[in-house]
Design a protein around this ligand. Structure first.
Ligand code: DX5
Ligand code: ZN
Length: 230
């Protein structure tokens, strides 16, 4: 089980301090939400912020590109210190080329699925990815409520992984609190992005630990034991 605090919910006046706080919390990954004001109606931060915080931590940098033109951003984020880059399945026929480019940069490949998009759209790509990100809110803003109708998608993605003996991590993103993380873990999620619920907590380390313990206690028994990278 991996907990990935989302830097989107940190104090934007103190990226460095907040990164150190996340590092000390014991979280394995730091989730970096990149928004371009076009694919989603908001703008967050770019590769320069990632480059500046990279030396402050050994956490895996999990870059989530909510961008219409990820092609022009892959190299800058790779150079800035990303470990994985996730692009959206809604980019349709551009997805295979993006995967190829991410791999050629030596990074792990992620695929994200927005709430209105059927999980079937991700199916043809499953043997190419390290990470499948199921959006549990409409992307663009932190602090939105979890959409429960996404649970069957997670269940389906977990079933495919089991049946086909694949190893992608199954990540959920949006409205993840301790309670909704438990609901996702029960249907097979193993990687939990959480912004508001973690960074909003004064004791981030405690919040991370509590979330990790809660999800570990309710993972399905048949989860593929070798699933996933870390
Ligand atoms: C949503 C982003 C999320 C966001 C989650 O557009 O992709 O990663 O940071 O934030 P919370 O946990 O506040 O919903
Ligand atoms: Zn995200």
């Amino acid at each position: 089980m991996i907990i990935a605090p989302s830097l989107l919910a940190c104090d934007f006046g103190s990226f460095a301090k907040e990164t150190v706080r996340a590092q000390k919390s014991g979280a394995e990954w730091l989730h970096l939400d990149i928004m371009d004001g076009h694919f989603v109606p908001n703008i967050s931060f770019g590769p320069e912020v990632v480059r500046v915080i990279r030396p402050l931590t050994k956490m895996t940098f999990d870059v989530h590109l909510m961008c219409s033109k990820p092609e022009i951003l892959l190299e800058p984020f790779a150079k800035a210190g990303a470990n994985s880059i996730t692009v959206h399945v809604e980019l349709a026929e551009r997805v295979p080329q993006l995967f190829w480019k991410i791999r050629s940069l030596g990074l792990r490949v992620g695929l994200a699925v927005n709430p209105p998009t059927a999980i079937a759209n991700a199916e043809p790509h499953l043997d190419q990815i390290d990470l499948l990100l199921i959006m549990t809110v409409n992307p663009g803003f932190g602090g939105q409520p979890f959409i429960h109708e996404m649970l069957p998608k997670i269940q389906q993605a977990a079933a495919w992984r089991r049946e086909r003996r694949l190893r992608y991590r199954l990540e959920v993103d949006g409205g993840i609190t301790q309670q909704t993380a438990i609901e996702c873990a029960r249907v097979g999620a193993d990687t939990f992005v959480s912004g508001t619920a973690l960074f909003g907590h004064r004791q981030l380390g405690r919040a991370v630990k509590k979330m990790r313990e809660a999800v570990a206690a309710c993972a399905p028994k048949d989860r593929s034991p070798e699933s996933g990278l870390n």
